[in-house]
Design a protein around this ligand. Structure first.
Ligand code: BES
Ligand code: MN
Ligand code: ZN
Length: 499
């Protein structure tokens, strides 16, 4: 979609659909009032009759029939002015754009001058809302070309404030990089596992590295053997697909210490020998959502030229049963030297992460943040509205909490008290890979914490947030791309702080 910023009045713009944002307050805004006048009071009558309530995300299409230049006028509610957030704006933009696409609009325009917002932030939010809301995964539809004909091709962001144009253009380009990286992550997660094997993830990482000037290294199995990465090697042993340990470095931070981002990249989780039930097993293609978020975050950091040093680690493998598969009862020796007794081969995420976290420590990082579709228990604890957060650094937990509020990729902390560690004690090894049903999210991260040495560390469990079963205003049903915008906000804020 082409997005451009233009100056002018919304009544004068020739477009398939003009979007006007409406607060749910006594008086409509000045622009809405002006447009209403041109329409002979149509909007006021609609509101008065109760046919259009400007609640958050509520839309209504009007046909001005020549009274203003636009073919369609789309009213979208923002809710109460006093409750306004950037997230409400992204949601309104997403809803409005989708409604106009359904109505057949190809070129749309939006005006939001009346919002009391920094023009750059405004334009970024509108861009993200529209682009992410309009996202569809069509690669496997054989009439894709036909479906693409219904896409919205162009968005004009209109302003009457000439002085804001430059800032709005900046916001559009920031929003575009962020939305595109989120879409990349969603596409990767939605892809069938046969088309998103560890090798294909590595190829994707190579493409991104080339385009954005990142340093890439992919460790093959023999290299992992030399490093003693018994965690990822054990998990991959049942799969015909060779594992890949993907390392991406972005270095634009001078002498600053690295930030290490680690993403669980299980390209398909069958459960292994402790095989999962058939129902919904297809969903386990999303078990590489953490890796996709990390790759997206590095893409965005490079695209925005953030003054930071970042390393992204993607331990990539399938978890499959097979004649060579690792088994319950096995003991794996991890790269750290610590041993893990396997009680359930379906608790594989923590095993590949143990090696990746150990590898991250080589960078002596300022912080390690890992992101993983780690435990079904997390959806029992928090439902689908929050990502679970645990870790050792209250400073970085707070930063991620704030980034989560801003992006609406919210995180919620669970405790990591020492009493929980009893649940992962093993009779024969240093620890065991499951701690029973109670507190499953916590005991999984208790295991992870054994591999981060003294480095500040935060763990994000996205098992319940990586996928949505319902359409959301700018997150259609399917892969959400969660973590990408959260990381980007965290990194941008962190870069600003360091200045
Ligand atoms: N990838 C799953 C976690 C998951 C489950 C993500 C459902 C999304 C939806 C993970 O590898 C797993 O299987 N975890 C087990 C751990 C258990 C065996 C201790 C779980 O949550 O059941
Ligand atoms: Mn599993
Ligand atoms: Zn898994």
């Amino acid at each position: 979609m082409k997005i451009n910023v233009a100056t002018g009045k919304i009544e004068k713009v020739k477009t398939d659909g003009a979007i006007i944002l409406c607060f749910d307050d006594e008086k409509p805004g000045k622009i809405a009032e002006r447009v209403d006048k041109a329409l002979g009071g149509m909007i006021a009558r609609l509101i008065k009759r109760g046919d259009f309530k400007p609640k958050p995300g509520v839309v209504h299409v009007l046909y001005p029939e020549g009274r203003i230049a636009a073919e369609r006028l789309l009213l979208v509610g923002l809710g109460k002015q006093s409750e306004f957030t950037l997230n409400r704006l992204r949601q309104a933009a997403g809803k409005a754009a989708v409604a106009l696409r359904s109505a057949g609009a190809k070129e749309i325009a939006v005006v939001a001058d009346e919002l009391d917002l920094d023009p750059e932030e405004l334009a970024q939010a509108l861009t993200e809302g529209c682009v992410l809301g309009l996202y569809r995964f069509l690669k496997y539809k054989t009439n894709e070309e036909n479906d693409r004909k219904q896409d919205v091709q162009a968005l004009t962001m209109l302003t009457e404030a000439t002085a804001s144009v430059k800032a709005m253009q900046r916001g559009v380009s920031v929003g575009t990089i962020i939305a595109d990286s989120t879409i990349m992550a969603r596409d990767m997660v939605s892809s069938p596992p046969v088309d998103m094997t560890p090798a294909i993830v590595a190829t994707k990482a190579r493409e991104i590295a080339r385009e954005f000037g990142l340093k890439l290294q992919v460790l093959e199995r023999n290299h992992m053997e030399k490093l003693g990465m018994g965690g990822i090697l054990g998990v991959s042993s049942g799969s015909a697909q060779p594992p890949k340990f993907i390392i991406l470095e972005y270095r634009k931070g001078g002498k600053k210490p690295f930030i290490a981002l680690v993403g669980k990249t299980i390209t398909f989780d069958s459960g292994g020998i402790s095989i999962k039930p058939a129902e919904n097993m297809d969903r386990m293609k999303d078990d590489m959502s953490g890796g996709a978020a990390v790759l997206g975050a590095l893409r965005t950091a490079a695209g925005l030229k953030l003054p930071l040093n970042i390393v992204g680690l993607l331990p990539a493998t399938e978890n499959m049963p097979g004649g060579r598969a690792y088994k319950p009862g096995d003991v794996l020796r991890t790269m750290s030297g610590k041993t893990i007794e396997i009680l359930n081969t379906d608790a594989e995420g923590r095993l590949i992460l143990s090696d990746a976290l150990t590898y991250a420590c080589r960078y002596k990082p300022a912080v390690i943040v890992d992101i993983a579709t780690l435990t079904g228990a997390c959806s029992i604890a928090l439902g689908t509205e929050a990502t679970g957060m645990l870790g050792t650094s209250s400073v970085f937990k707070q930063k991620l909490r704030e980034a989560g509020e801003k992006t609406d990729e919210r995180v919620w902390e669970l405790p990591l008290w020492e009493e929980y560690y009893d649940q992962i004690k093993s009779d024969i090894a240093d620890m065991k890979n499951t701690g029973g049903r109670a507190g499953g999210t916590i005991t999984a991260s208790a295991l992870l914490s054994k591999f981060v040495q003294k480095y500040p560390w935060v763990h994000l469990d996205i098992a319940a947030t990586a996928w949505t079963d319902k359409d959301r205003p700018y997150t259609p049903k399917g892969a959400t791309g969660i973590g990408m915008r959260l990381f980007t906000q965290f990194l941008r804020d962190y870069a600003k702080e360091g200045k």
